[in-house]
Design a protein around this ligand. Structure first.
Ligand code: 13P
Ligand code: ZN
Length: 270
């Protein structure tokens, strides 16, 4: 058995968590990460027949029974993940009853998985149905996107169009746009279901007055999505109260999409 602390997937997740913290997206325990792993990836590092603990999930995710995830722990500070990965992270498997979490490694101080596991696992299911290559769901609290949800219309088309207009790269990075949930109680199966519903049509889901979810085939992709949207939100907040002289016209956005052969979210361009 190899040391799991040397596993490429764990090293990459720790680096991503640290980077998210350094970007100011994950104050205290704000935010959470889940990475879907195949049994072949984990069995060199943990004995998959040896369950350390079982914890009721508090929700069901039928299509994910038997699937493995490396996830952040609830209440755990992002700044500490790099120093104490075994306390702050856990390798879990959803049991065959699809409502029990089996801990195979980590949460070594008796802790448990993030309170947002419903939103993570349900989002994984929703994204896998659209894109079988999806492996990552990230949640964080980036300042500018969060601030934008106080002053911008929460209509998804309007919100997306504003972000697309802030920087030419935006429509290239998220041509599927951004979906938005109104403020809701977090850490529940209800917000999990609502997030997953939104994940069917976009890889970015904003939680008004809370933060954002991003999904992707790998940690870089999910991180890059949030990074790009957050930069656009920052530009928006810099210019929102200034008189605009010009922006990227719809014909320009369409030109970018056509040039790269991208499928743009239907109805979001004039
Ligand atoms: P956890 O500490 O349970 O992961 O919760 C943090 C958070 O961001 C809640 O939305
Ligand atoms: Zn949060």
């Amino acid at each position: 058995m190899h040391d799991i602390l040397t596993a490429p997937f764990l090293v990459e997740l720790v680096r991503t968590a640290t980077n998210m913290y350094q970007h100011g997206w994950d104050e205290r325990n704000g935010g959470n990460i889940s990475l879907l792993l195949e049994e072949e990836q984990v069995r060199d590092y943990v004995d998959v027949t040896h369950v350390l603990r079982t914890i009721p999930a508090g929700f069901t995710a039928p299509d994910l029974a038997g699937r493995y995830f490396l996830v952040t722990g609830t209440g755990k500070y992002f700044k500490n993940i790099q120093y104490y990965p075994a306390e702050n992270l856990g390798l879990i498997r959803l049991a065959q009853d699809d409502s029990t979490v089996e801990v195979l490694w980590g949460f070594s101080d008796g802790g448990r998985f993030t309170s947002e596991l419903p939103a993570h696992l349900m989002s994984h299911s929703a994204r896998l149905a659209v894109d079988p290559a999806n492996r990552v769901v990230l949640h964080c609290h980036p300042n500018n996107l969060l601030a934008m949800t106080f002053v911008h219309d929460l209509d998804e088309r309007a919100f997306t169009r504003t972000l697309w207009q802030m920087c030419t790269e935006c429509i290239m990075v998220f041509p599927d746009g951004v979906n938005v949930l109104p403020w809701m109680l977090c850490g529940t199966a209800e917000i999990g279901q609502a997030t997953a519903e939104k994940m069917k049509t976009a890889r970015l889901v904003v939680w008004a007055q809370h933060g954002i979810y991003g999904a992707g085939a790998n940690l870089d992709e999910a991180f890059g999505l949030i990074e790009t949207a957050e930069k656009a939100a920052e530009v928006y907040l810099k210019i929102a109260r200034l008189p605009w002289k010009q922006t990227i016209p719809d014909v320009g956005l369409r030109q970018v999409a056509n040039h790269l052969g991208l499928t743009v979210r239907k109805g979001f361009l004039d």
